[in-house]
Design a protein around this ligand. Structure first.
Ligand code: C5P
Length: 403
């Protein structure tokens, strides 16, 4: 880690707040620049001075700081450092804080900061409360809402509570929190080349050959990879703008045809630590695109077709570079995917079916190269989850290559 990554820790009012001192120390030791925001009730448990001394930054406590003593960014505690944060951790997250976060309220500096985070910021919460409160329908509902909105929950654990009862509701231990936040940047410094979306092969000035790919899988991969610290070059065929992964660490390179995709991929492949071939490249292209619009009557006779370049086969690779492919098959799926894994020199291949293009979730299987190659049946998972698993695989491979 280069030390420049910023984490904002939001402390809310529970007895577990005393453990956050250790959490902040650990995060600092693993390279984070830590800032702390507290609700006034958190300040009943730990003094802001403790965190200010540890982080060497002013602690954000009041929504309305003393304007006679502060200036510049300090006048906007709900925006700075929130708008510059790479990660945000609410710890402990009380039942009340979870409810306010889930509802999008902004009535203290912790919840207001949560709304001001940039798109790529990872958001974590470590719940801590009495087991009955944790089990209550209202809390569980709010937790689900946060998770659906992309928040990563850490804990709670099972064990003795400060009030004397035993049960589920203890805040996760500091080392567990450190590990969860740490793995969230496990692609820091990695460079990925992702090919995504369909290609379009022109027949004439208005018609083309293409397929139903929406670019959703590639988008999820790029967003997940960049959120975990990677720099991504994203070569994409034509897709609707909401399918593009907008993030400061994603460079979008738009192309139209398979040939253009190959040209751009060649331009960027040497810099990539891994290449993910998530594009649904059109299999064939008209040999010649007609100028203007062909008359309907001539269409059947006028379109001579030729195969498009096989990008995965033609793209050079360098030693140590990992290559992940996709296969969309309907019959003899596993046999075909296994053949592609070999012929296209993939490190792993992700198999999905014809219901996948455009869908939010699909049935996935994963085949990892080896002797013999090993299948994992992932079942029906969202494309976001599929992206997480593919990237976890890359991290595991890089770790095993190092050792
Ligand atoms: O189209 P096919 O099923 O052979 O695709 C398997 C893999 O090869 C996919 O990862 C796809 O992105 C890649 N591919 C490619 N160039 C093509 C066709 C497919 O890179 N022309």
């Amino acid at each position: 880690m280069d030390g420049s990554r910023v984490i904002l820790v939001g402390v809310t009012g529970g007895i577990a707040a005393y453990k956050v001192v250790d959490v902040v120390r650990r995060l600092q030791r693993s390279g984070w620049e830590a800032h702390v925001a507290m609700t006034p009730s958190a300040a009943e448990f730990v003094t802001p001075m403790t965190f200010a001394a540890l982080t060497r930054h002013p602690v954000l406590l009041h929504m309305f700081p003393d304007a006679t003593r502060t200036a510049g960014d300090d006048l906007y505690p709900h925006l700075f450092p929130a708008t510059r944060a790479d990660a945000f951790l609410v710890c402990p997250a009380t039942a009340g804080a979870i409810a306010r976060l889930a509802a999008g309220m902004a009535d203290d500096v912790v919840t207001a900061s949560a709304l001001a985070l940039p798109g790529g910021c990872r958001r974590f919460f470590a719940p801590a409360m009495h087991p009955n409160m944790w089990a209550s329908a209202a809390v569980q509902d709010n937790v689900r809402r946060l998770e659906e909105a992309g928040w990563i929950r850490i804990g709670p654990g099972q064990g003795a509570m400060a009030c004397g009862v035993e049960g589920e509701g203890r805040m996760a231990e500091p080392e567990e929190i450190e590990a969860a936040v740490g793995t969230s940047v496990d692609l820091q410094g990695r460079r990925l080349l992702i090919l995504s979306g369909p290609t379009r092969e022109p027949i004439d000035a208005v018609r083309f050959i293409s397929n139903a790919s929406s670019g959703r899988m590639g988008r999820e991969l790029a967003l997940e990879a960049s959120a975990r610290g990677a720099n991504v070059v994203f070569v994409t065929g034509p897709v609707a703008p909401p399918s593009l992964p907008v993030h400061p660490r994603v460079r979008i390179v738009p192309v139209t045809t398979a040939r253009q995709m190959l040209t751009e991929a060649k331009r960027h492949v040497a810099d990539a630590d891994a290449v993910i071939f998530a594009a649904a490249v059109a299999d064939v292209a008209p040999v010649r695109a007609a100028a203007g619009k062909l008359p309907k009557a001539r269409l059947g006779r006028a379109i001579a077709l030729a195969p498009t370049p096989d990008i995965a086969a033609e793209l050079p690779s360098r030693p140590g570079q990992l290559r992940i492919g996709f296969a969309l098959e309907s019959g003899c799926a596993r046999t075909h995917a296994a053949a592609k894994l070999r012929s296209k020199r993939f490190d792993a291949i992700v198999l999905n079916g014809p219901d996948s293009p455009g869908a939010e979730a699909a049935e996935f299987e994963f085949l990892q190269a080896g002797s013999p190659p090993a299948w994992s049946r992932w079942g029906r998972v969202s494309k976001a989850e599929c992206a997480r698993r593919i990237l976890n695989h890359l991290v595991r491979r890089w770790t095993s290559l190092r050792t």
